[in-house]
Every structure is written in C-alpha cells, then in structure tokens.
Design a protein around this ligand. Sequence first.
Ligand SMILES: NC(=O)C1=CN([C@@H]2O[C@H](COP(=O)(O)OP(=O)(O)OC[C@H]3O[C@@H](n4cnc5c(N)ncnc54)[C@H](O)[C@@H]3O)[C@@H](O)[C@H]2O)C=CC1
Ligand SMILES: O=C1[C@H](O)[C@H](O)[C@@H](O)[C@H](O)[C@H]1O
Length: 335
Amino acid sequence: MDLRVGVIGTGAIGEDHIRRLTHTVTGANVVALSDINVQNARRIADKYGAKFYATGEEVIAAPEVDAIVIASWDPTHAHYVLAGIKAGKFVFCEKPLATSANDCKNIVEAEIAGGKQLVQVGFMRRFDRGYRQIKAAIDSGRIGEVLMLHCMHRNRVPGPKHTTEMSIKNSVIHEIDVLRWLLGEDYKTAQVLLPKSSRLAEDGLRDPQIVLLETQSGVRIDVESFINCQYGYDVQCEVVGETGTVRLPDPANMEVRSGGAFSYEIFPDWSDRFIEAYDTEFREWVDATKRGIVAGPSAWDGYVACVTADACTEARETGAIVPIAIPRRPAFYKK
Ligand SMILES: NC(=O)C1=CN([C@@H]2O[C@H](COP(=O)(O)OP(=O)(O)OC[C@H]3O[C@@H](n4cnc5c(N)ncnc54)[C@H](O)[C@@H]3O)[C@@H](O)[C@H]2O)C=CC1
Ligand SMILES: O=C1[C@H](O)[C@H](O)[C@@H](O)[C@H](O)[C@H]1O
C-alpha cells in the first residue's frame, strides 16, 4: 500500500518534494495539498493529480492522507506540526522545526504526551553521500580525534525577505544540525563575528557572518555564512583530526574547456547541489513511515538546533561568547 502524502506549502521546495514523491521515490504518492497561493497550488494539484484543499488544517484532517509534508514558510511550521501530532499522523517538517526554541519545546512535549514519535525534520545533509562519508571516516578513527572543523555555507543570492537572523536560523541551522550529528555531541558555547558587510547586501543586512562554536569536548568549529556571494551555491566542510583531515567532496558537475580556459560548474542553489540527498532523505522517510517509525532527524534534533541557533543570535547581538544550555535528552528520543 502506497503511503498517501498531504503537502502543505507548494512553493520551491514543496513542488520539488511533490515531484520526487511522485516520480523518484517508490511507495508513496501525493494525494492532497494546500497553499495560501491558491492559483499556484491548484496548478500543481492538477499537474500531479492531487486534491487541492483550501487550508493546511484540511489536508491534515483529510481521511485519505496518511502523512504530512510541511514546506510552508518557517513561522508556520510549529502550528502545522502540532496539528499533525494531534491528528496522530506522521509529519515531515522542513527545517527549521520552528522559529523559536519555545515552540520547538512545545512540539517535543506534545510528541512525548502523545506517546509516539511522529516528527522528522528536513535536515537533509545527514542523507548526503559526502557527509555520510565524512561520518564514516570520523567514526572509524581514520583521522584520530577530531580537533577542528572549518565550514562555509554560501548562497549565490539571498531568498526573498532574507534577514540577518535567518542567516543563522534558516541557513546555518544546517551546519548546526549536521555537525553535531557528525561529532555525536552537542555544543557548549557560541560566538558570532561580523566582518565588513558586502556592499551588495540589502540595507541593514549583515552579510557575511562568522559563527564560532565549541563542542562539549572542546572541538572548535568556524562556519562562514555568506548568503549573497554572487558566484554560486557553495557548501564546504573540512574536518581536522589528530592524524589527518577529511573534506566534503564538491558535487560532480560539468567541466568546461573553451576559449583557452577551464571551468568547473558550480550549482546555483540547493536543489541541484543536494538533489541526491533529498531523494535519499525522502526514500528513507517513506520507508520508515510505512514501518511506523521515525528514523531520521527527530523533533528533539530540531529543538537542539533551535536552542543553538538562538544562542548564536544572542551572541551576534551582544558580541559575547554565549553558553548553550542543551537540556538532557529525554529517554523518549533514543540516540
Ligand atoms: N532542506 C532544505 O535544504 C531547504 C529547506 N527549505 C525550507 O522549506 C520551506 C519553504 O521554503 P521555499 O520553498 O524556499 O519557500 P517558498 O516561498 O518558495 O515556498 C513556501 C510556500 O509556503 C506557502 N505558505 C506560506 N504560508 C502558508 C500557510 N500558512 N499555509 C500554506 N502555505 C503557506 C507560500 O505561499 C509558498 O508557496 C522553508 O521552511 C525553508 O526553510 C527551503 C529550501 C531548502
Ligand atoms: O535550507 C536552505 C537551503 O538548503 C540553503 O542551504 C540555505 O542557505 C537556505 O537559506 C535555506 O532555505
């Protein structure tokens, strides 16, 4: 029996997920969708043979829907996740889980009260082949104890209405999650440095930013966030250990030799750069959901990421090195 999925938010990634659930991933199909952009949602409903509903709440309540994908704007996530939990349906929520640690905490408490894990968060870098290779190298001891990580997260241009705060809560939240997954430990402190801002930044936008994190065992991490780099979508990660280093491979892409020059194409955005990771993420989500379990990043992971992002925001605003108070993981969320 195919997993019958309802999608809330049919914008850029919402339609991309509908496409992959329809044409790439087996064992699922999109039966319902909703978006406040009604015209576009109806177009997509017709294109993929799904039923259009006027509200996300109706998608969640629809008897023909087994599981929900939330791909609407960040501030709407908590409301729909809580409604999905209340309806007893599995929920895939695009990152971030919510825009405040308190809303994430409410989701964790609701899931625990319901007695069953239902929520997975869209931290898709855990499903990327390159990051999984890095994790295998670390876990095997191939580079010794990890000492430092140097990361870059560059967007070619910012999304609409991008703010200084979103550079961390919406963008660097990927590194916050994937690095704690790579290292198997949480963070201890956060510091944020503000270099000279690009003259191309929107008025008032601080871009780039440098996030400095320290883990509980003393590993030091620097993450450059540059959301308006102009040249391409460029994500880098180097892990430095006692006896060696491991680096995220650049994705395979076209090499061009022309006019006496050689160039290597850089993807313009996340959709192509991580296409394989998204496909793996949804293949594994559909498989786990049909088995009645959450196997990917949990609501607890979403909560910890948001607590850490909040500390980074405080660090940027105060200039201080901010301690990160991560609560003890409830037994409900096994590692
Ligand atoms: N995992 C990843 O790498 C990525 C994750 N995302 C996340 O996916 C979400 C959507 O991002 P994009 O597709 O880039 O944005 P988008 O703006 O293209 O699409 C968002 C859609 O949500 C709709 N929407 C807003 N409020 C709504 C509501 N209350 N009910 C139903 N629909 C509503 C909008 O009309 C819009 O069509 C964001 O949370 C973003 O953080 C986005 C890009 C990559
Ligand atoms: O989730 C995403 C994308 O994956 C990009 O990496 C971010 O920079 C973007 O801001 C965010 O929406």
